[in-house]
Every structure is written in C-alpha cells, then in structure tokens.
Design a binder for this molecule. Sequence first.
Ligand code: SF4
Length: 361
Amino acid sequence: MNNVPPASVHSTFATALLSWYPRHRRDLPWRHTRNPYAIWLSEVILQQTRVKQGLPYYLDFISSYPTVHDLAAAPEDEVLRHWQGLGYYSRARNMHHTAQQVVREYGGQFPTTYAELLKLRGVGQYTAAAIASFAFDEKVAVLDGNVFRVLSRVFGLTEDIAAPASRKVFQQLADTLIPADAPAEFNQAIMEFGAIQCTPVKPDCLFCPLQAQCYAFQHGMVAELPIKSKAKAARTRYFHYLVLRHADTVYMRKRTGKDIWQGLYDFALTETDSDELAAVEVLRQVEALGGTVASDRAEEPSATYRHVLSHQKLEARFYPVRLEAALPVEALQKLGLAAFNAAEIEALPKPILITNYISKK
Ligand code: SF4
C-alpha cells in the first residue's frame, strides 16, 4: 500500500513542522554553526548513537581538533583513543581518512554540494544531505531512521524500511515535501520531530500538530508503522585472551585484520566454539609462543565478559599468564604482539571490553 496524499497535505506538513520546531527543539551545539566541518563531525558521531551519549564526544573532538587540518594531522591511535567507548570503530577510521582526503584533495575546504560531498569516503546519502542542507542551504532531503518513521506514519507508507529498494519511495516523497526557502530548517525539524514527538514507542499523538492528517493515527496503525523486517539473529563468538605478562609489561597487539575493532589493541586471542579454554591448552599455547610460565599452576581465568555488537554477541574470558622471560622476537612478530607498561596501555585505543577487564583487575 502506498497512500498518495493530496497536495494540501504536503504543504501543511512542512508548515506544521516548521512551526513546531522552534518551540520544541533541543539546544545542541552543532545547531549553532554553519561550519561544514563541525556539522560533519556531529553527524558522524551521532550515527547509531544517542544524542546524550554522542554530545560529550562531539565536544571533545571539536576542542581537541578545532579544524579539519588538526584532525587530519592527528595520529590514528590518538583519534581512536578519543573515540573509545562509542563503538563502530570503522566510523572513526573513516572519519580520520575523510579529514585527510578533505585536506589533500580539497585544500581543507569541504565540498559545497550534495553530489561532491558524496565523493568523500564514509560520507553516504544521509550525511551528504545533512551537510549540504545545514551548511549550504541546498534543497536535498535527509533520510534517517526518524524521517522514515515520520513519513511512514503520516503518509501511510507500508514499504519495509529495512529494504534498500524502499529508500527511493521515501526519498521521492521527502523531496516533494522539503520547501525551497527553508531546507536546513525543514531537515532539522523532521528529524527532531521523529526523535522527540513521533518516537518509536509511545509517540505523543495526543498533542501532535499532525494528528488530523496522520494516516497512522487516523487508521489506528501507529504501533504497526513503520514496517521493518527483523535483522538476522546475532551470532555468538567465544574469545579467549591470553594476558601475557613479563616484569612490569603486558603483551598486547594491534588488530589489523578485516574483523571487528580494526586498529584497536587487545591481547593474544584464541577463538573457539565454547566458552572455556582448558588450563592445559593455555599452557600449550604459551609454549607454542616460546614462552615459559613462571609458576607451576595456571592462574584462574576471569569471569565471562559479555559484549553485544550489532550482529555479534561476544563472550570473552581472560587468562592471566606470568612469564619467566620475555617472549622471543619471532613470536612477537608472528602475532603482532608488543610489550607495554601500564601508562602506555592506558594511552592505547582499546575496545570497551578490554578496558572493562583492565579496570576490574
Ligand atoms: S499523530 Fe502520532 S504517529 Fe502521527 S505524526 Fe503525530 S505523533 Fe506521529
């Protein structure tokens, strides 16, 4: 079903939102700027992140790296360290690369059009539309989860919002709704409306200015819309970390593969199909690295640490091992391990799972 609304609904929709917005919007720092760098930074940080969680990160980034030149020149480890705790670390790496691209290819000036912005690494349709409209007043409608929900409910769109093909339908509608004289304000308004009025659960329909024209409200379908097919069930992975210590150092490694947490530091890892690694297997692995355990008995492994990612559930245990001597160079090279003291470990970018373990030791 695709309920095409009468033209009058289109014009009253924008008018109602633009009147609602100044009275209800939250006062957020990135709403006081037209600087494309600051807007881009806020949009990258806020993807898949709640405003409350993202705000301190935004303030930290904008004060640590006031310009795109500052961000581009920063070491990747340092950028990841600032990002620590936000998750989805590929966003931080892409952000860093994009900053370098803007400096290298555009002389430090962000492109000023939607089409040009799309050429930047990690900048998709949503972010390009946000920057083009907020910073440069281009008439291009943003589509994020909030916008999908509002449009689906108000206009009775029943296309599955998780299906890529649906995007075209929503984009076409949004493009007809956005007014030429207030694209930035309209985009901000519809996203904010979805975030605080037309919320996923318990939207405030009673005091909603769109109630009379809202298809979902009028047809008792608020709880059903938008239609979103379920994502695949998350798979469980079992991580066993050897926390190899010698003198006052601990061996850690930078994750380089195509897996999660690329660029972050963790310990020597074995992944299995079960949540336990026998003590004898721990010893075998240490010996395979050319190491000698300093005591006769293996130390107790940690309790299980659980961590949920978007498509994976991690169950991790840590097996502390004190070594009699430093590990041979070949073993270090093979596994990419290096010895770090406590202060160095503190400064390394680490997954939150690893930070939790270290802080509880
Ligand atoms: S009436 Fe309810 S469902 Fe419709 S737009 Fe308003 S808050 Fe959303």
